[in-house]
Design a protein around this ligand. Structure first.
Ligand code: ZN
Ligand code: ZN
Length: 340
């Protein structure tokens, strides 16, 4: 049976490794197929492989050590010529890695809250549900609108919107895979967010200093924890910690994926605490509002796709021409876990 996993199935070098003893992979090898082995070890074993080896896709000492550990833990030993595990990827090892990758996808689907879906949202119109979340959010919406109305201009006084002073802290990462094709194109989303936040007295801040790139070239399928957790972990290796910032990671999604991004909440299946946001580098909604839209989801994870705003100009709708951040959503952002 040929290799089945998403990571391995289109790799001709690993296909050879599966059937030909002389095509085993060992210390000193370099290439995309080594990168795929490294990715598998990170996904399945949380292996900590040296950054230099990941960047070069080189089967160096730390990759070999990760292979040895993987084989020891599973007792992958070819008793016809050895009595203990070695650090080489041969037929047995590649088959085992492949099988575990397939099992992992089946057992760990990832669920995201919202991804700023490509098709215009019609579900939001029919979503006048009376669930408790919706009810409490609507009640707050009414209070918010009252607060806004109270500050409307009296006589000839100039209109000053109520202020919600806050810095919204983000870690903005672009993966190497995204950078190679799109460079910093998605930085426009920060500029757009700031232009809409400004009148409420808010702004985006990046305390971790600018955009960082790391050796993650993979295409991400937002439906699988293996992909999502791996790109999230890669971000954490470059900039560890910062639980009070929201991570925004620009990375290439699989082709024709019907969402511009994906926000994962506390139960996204990744075992990670704080919500974080992936943005597809391969396409960009023309209004540049995907990041701000997703930040609202990250700020209030009880807001789901069905709660999208029916007004197509509203940032919290899923139209292509959003330009309004109203008090309701501004207020939610102002008390987000990443607001200070
Ligand atoms: Zn949404
Ligand atoms: Zn939708």
């Amino acid at each position: 049976m040929p290799l089945q996993s998403r990571l391995f199935k289109n790799d001709p070098r690993l296909a050879k490794c599966l059937v030909d003893d002389s095509a085993h992979v060992l210390l000193g090898a370099t290439g995309r197929f080594v990168g795929n082995i490294q990715a598998a070890l990170e996904i399945l074993d949380h292996a900590e492989i040296e950054m230099t080896e990941l960047q070069a896709m080189k089967y160096g000492p730390s990759t070999a050590a990760a292979v040895l550990r993987y084989k020891q833990q599973r007792k992958i030993i070819n008793y016809s010529y050895q009595t203990k595990a070695d650090n080489i990827v041969g037929k047995m090892t590649i088959a085992r890695l492949d099988r575990e990758l397939v099992e992992r996808d089946q057992q760990h689907p990832a669920r995201f809250i919202c991804g700023d879906c490509v098709k215009h949202s019609t579900e939001s119109v029919k979503a006048e549900t009376t669930g408790s979340v919706r009810t409490s959010l609507r009640a707050r919406n009414v209070r918010a609108k009252t607060a806004e109305a109270d500050s409307k201009p009296k006589a000839n006084a100039p209109y000053v919107p109520p202020q919600l002073p806050a810095n919204l802290g983000i870690v903005f990462h672009i993966t190497k895979g995204a950078w190679q094709s799109k460079k910093g194109e998605h930085l426009a989303q920060i500029v757009k967010a700031n232009s809409l936040l400004f009148s409420w007295g808010m702004r985006i801040v990046e305390p971790t200093m600018g955009t960082l790139i790391w050796p993650h070239v993979d295409v991400v399928d937002p439906r699988y924890t293996a992909d999502v957790a791996r790109v999230r972990r890669a971000s954490d290796r470059v900039t560890p910690g910062f639980p009070n910032l929201v991570r925004v990671i620009v990375c290439p999604f699989i082709a024709h994926y019907p969402y511009y991004g994906a926000t994962y909440g506390n139960n996204g299946g990744t075992g990670l605490d704080a919500p974080f946001i992936l943005i597809d580098s391969n396409k960009r909604r023309e209004d540049n509002c995907t990041m701000l839209h997703e930040m609202i989801h990250a700020a209030e994870t009880r807001l789901l796709e069905e709660h999208h705003d029916p007004d197509p100009t509203n940032v919290f709708s899923t139209s292509d021409n959003r330009s309004v951040l109203n008090y309701y959503y501004a207020e939610i952002l102002s008390r987000a876990f990443f607001a200070s």
